[in-house]
Design a binder for this molecule. Structure first.
Ligand code: NAP
Length: 240
């Protein structure tokens, strides 16, 4: 039977690439987004044009009630979600003394509350079905920190902690939980950053592609990755 894969933040960038890759692997992909309906529709139409299956599932991952209602709507009857990719994320860089509480909250709520809101309702059904894949998109910033990224690094490090703990809880039931920690990937998220200077620091002297991250996620979501769990896999052109 076809697996159903939910990708949060699938309207552009890394999430869009993951949605396309999982659809190419044969999954029915639920493309989540918060506001970028046009982008999400383009991703969905591209998947369908390539012969795949996709459905839009808009909700704000940081809003527990909205997320719960959207997931309950999809899971009505006996519809399942077998693969969850917690990809939605926002960045708000500021030197720590000037970091506003609302920015701290927006970043941590999207990544950490988002992980909780999306994953908790879906994990018990996976446990009961004795199969599931959870892939959390963290960041190199969550492993090594970055100047001006206290909120982002804290959220992404927290996501790694949640990944390792949940992996231990559900391993016996063939549900794997892993994190991917990308370095600098060529998406809209890097728009405000002077990437030319940063690229010089990357041993491969280039940014990563969303499709390269997506291929790693596709592997982690597959049966071939059945014995990999609780891991953080870095994809950064040698930066770390
Ligand atoms: P992006 O181009 O800015 O895309 C972010 C996606 O997340 C969009 O689809 C956006 O949709 C969605 N999103 C944001 N807040 C949301 C919310 N509350 N609920 C639902 N969807 C939400 O970013 P990206 O570069 O592809 O990043 C994807 C993930 O990779 C993020 O978690 C990011 O932290 C991580 N990452 C990126 C890099 C990099 O260099 N690009 C490096 C390391 C890690 P809407 O516009 O509709 O809100």
């Amino acid at each position: 039977m076809k697996h159903v894969a939910l990708v949060t933040g699938a309207s552009r960038g890394i999430g869009a690439a993951i949605a396309r890759e999982l659809a190419a692997a044969g999954c029915h992909v639920l493309c989540n987004y918060r506001s970028d309906e046009r982008g999400a529709n383009e991703v969905k139409d591209g998947i369908v044009a390539a012969g795949g299956e996709a459905t839009l599932l808009p909700f704000d991952v940081s809003d527990a009630a909205e997320t719960g209602a959207a997931l309950a709507f999809w899971c009505e009857g006996d519809r399942a979600i077998d693969v969850v990719v917690n990809n939605a994320g926002v960045v708000k860089d500021a030197p720590f003394p000037t970091l506003a509480l609302e920015d701290w909250e927006r970043v941590t709520r999207t990544t950490l509350d988002g992980f909780f809101n999306v994953t908790r309702p879906l994990v018990m059904p996976m446990v009961r079905r004795r199969w599931g894949r959870i892939v959390n998109i963290s960041s190199l910033a969550g492993l090594v920190g970055n100047r001006g990224q206290a909120a982002y690094s804290a959220a992404k490090a927290g996501l790694i902690g949640a990944t390792r703990s949940l992996a231990k809880e559900v391993a016996k039931r063939n549900v794997t939980v892993n994190a991917v920690a990308p370095g600098l990937i060529d998406t809209d998220m890097l728009k405000q950053i002077p990437v030319d200077d940063l690229t010089k620091m990357i041993p491969m002297r280039r940014l990563g592609l969303p499709s390269e991250v997506a291929k790693l996620v596709r592997f982690l979501a597959s049966d071939d990755a059945a014995y990999i769990t609780g891991q953080v896999i870095t994809i950064d052109g040698g930066l770390a």
